[in-house]
Ligand binder design. Structure first.
Ligand code: CBY
Length: 433
């Protein structure tokens, strides 16, 4: 009799302990939400949220519960257009991101989204990634960041995939977690989110499931260790652009590391400082950092839970928009620019307006000599990406790319956002990752 009274109590006690153990989250307090305005502004007011960029933005703003229904509908429309009309040209990760964004939550009028079709399409794109790995020395069509997005979306939207295969692919020593020998925190973080989802839907009843679960647990543990080993003195994880997703990975896996290993508040403070310095001017950059700052992760995506609408704590219309480039000053600056292909270097000095970006320098050089400095560029979610120089094209099948450097150091921004300075020694170098 006594025991039967105690049991529910014990259950209640255990239940109240579980959520805290599973998820250790530090977030910006409601009183400080104005710190987030520059991010929200960049995402909402940007005229440049084209195509799949809109998916990044929609996912982020929905997780944060920031949009009103009208803004949400506009973004949904944009993502749907991209998905339905460009489905065949989307990469696997782009489609996965669109599915996560469209299904982040349930709208009151639940406009028809054909999830099963989208998920089937994703499954085929994921299969094509794996097939490519078989044919091209373990190199996927895209990269492991996108394969992680694929698994995450397939897992959250009940798509079919083999858990054994996932456990095998995401072995933390796999070369695809590294670029130029350096662990990619962005990639590792996305893989942790994907593996955590897979872990949560797998019950360990069958023997193979037990084995898979064991492997997945080990992978998560090792990936978390690698992420934490990239922690900088100021609390950033990797660099400023990987920190948001790394925070999400650490939120969902607090059971895998000791509390003393990460001072979340310090990371948060550094990120807030960087927001005010204007580090997140690209909509995708803003979109990737926001969820973590509001204590959310991509695992909060749930197509059956009602959407939350704002603006509650935000007053979007009254905040000044961030200008994409600093005020133009008429003065010209000189920079050095080289194209390096193995041992062959072609250099020039060009004069560009103060405040110009790397791409402006490349264009000026191209005008001067199209044979030596001619290039092609493609719009990606982080802005322009250099695909070829002198007719030599980057190729994922052999891990080649055009690397950007200044004074011999790789840049952590792309050609559309790195602002050049007088005397810079800019370089595009034919490299392998
Ligand atoms: N997203 C993706 O598919 C990209 C995944 C990603 C890991 C990404 C960083 C992280 C993210 N959060 O999105 C990534 N980069 C990859 C995979 C790659 C490789 C692309 C080829 C492939 N296999 O898919 C590659 C070649 C290694 C690469 N990135 C190159 C570059 C350089 C681009 C130069 C060029 N040719 O234009 C560059 C500029 C590094 C350099 N010095 O040359 C670069 N990347 C940078 C700086 C970045 C960061 C962008 C930061 C910014 N402010 O612009 C990045 C966020 C990102 C985008 N790369 Co890559 C990493 C970081 O600094 N934290 C999914 C899709 C749906 O959107």
């Amino acid at each position: 009799m006594r025991q039967s009274h105690q049991l529910p109590l014990l259950g209640l006690l255990l239940f109240s302990l579980i959520p805290r153990q599973l998820c250790e989250i530090c977030e910006v307090s409601k009183n400080d939400y104005t710190d987030l305005n520059p991010l929200i502004n960049t995402m909402i007011n940007s005229k440049y949220t084209k195509g799949i960029q809109a998916a990044n933005v929609l996912l982020s703003l929905r997780l944060g519960g920031i949009l009103n229904q009208c803004q949400e509908q506009q973004l949904i429309q944009q993502v749907k257009l991209t998905v339905y009309y460009k489905a065949s040209t989307l990469t696997s990760g782009q489609l996965a991101l669109a599915i996560l964004a469209l299904g982040a939550c349930k709208t009151p009028d639940e406009t028809s989204i054909r999830y099963p079709n989208l998920v089937k399409n994703l499954r085929n794109k994921f299969k094509a990634e794996i097939k490519n790995m078989g044919k091209h020395n373990g190199n996927p069509l895209t990269n492991y960041y996108q394969l992680s997005l694929d698994v995450l979306a397939l897992c959250l939207f009940r798509g079919k995939f083999s858990i054994t295969q996932v456990a095998k692919i995401f072995e933390p020593e796999n070369k695809n977690f590294y670029f130029k020998g350096q662990f990619s925190v962005d990639t590792g973080a996305m893989a942790v989110l994907a593996l955590t989802c897979v872990k949560n839907i797998t019950n360990g009843k069958k023997k193979t499931d037990m084995e898979n679960l064991n492997n997945i647990n080990n992978h998560i543990k090792s990936l978390i260790e690698k992420i934490l080993s990239q922690k900088k003195e100021n609390g950033l994880l990797g660099n400023i652009y990987s920190t948001g997703e790394a925070m999400q990975a650490l939120f969902v896996s607090s059971d895998y590391y000791n509390e003393s290993k990460w001072d979340c508040q310090q990371t948060l403070d550094t990120v807030i400082m960087e927001i005010h310095k204007g580090a997140f001017r690209i909509p995708t950059a803003a979109a990737q950092i926001l969820p973590a700052l509001m204590g959310k992760t991509y695992l909060n995506v749930n197509k059956d839970s009602p959407c939350v609408y704002g603006p509650g704590d935000f007053n979007i219309s009254t905040v000044e928009p961030i200008t994409a480039t600093p005020p133009l000053s008429p003065s010209q600056i000189q920079v050095n620019y080289s194209v390096v292909i193995i041992k062959e270097t072609h250099s020039t000095t060009v004069s560009v307006a103060n405040g110009s970006v790397f791409l402006d320098v490349m264009e000026a050089a191209q005008k001067e000599n199209a044979t030596l400095f001619g290039f092609t560029v493609e719009e990606r979610s982080w802005g322009p990406y250099i695909t070829s120089v002198q007719g030599l094209t980057a190729n994922n099948n052999n891990r080649t790319f055009w690397e950007l450097l200044n004074n011999g150091q790789p840049l952590d921004q792309g050609v559309g956002s790195y602002i050049v300075h007088e005397g810079d020694n800019l370089e595009v170098r034919w490299s392998t990752y």
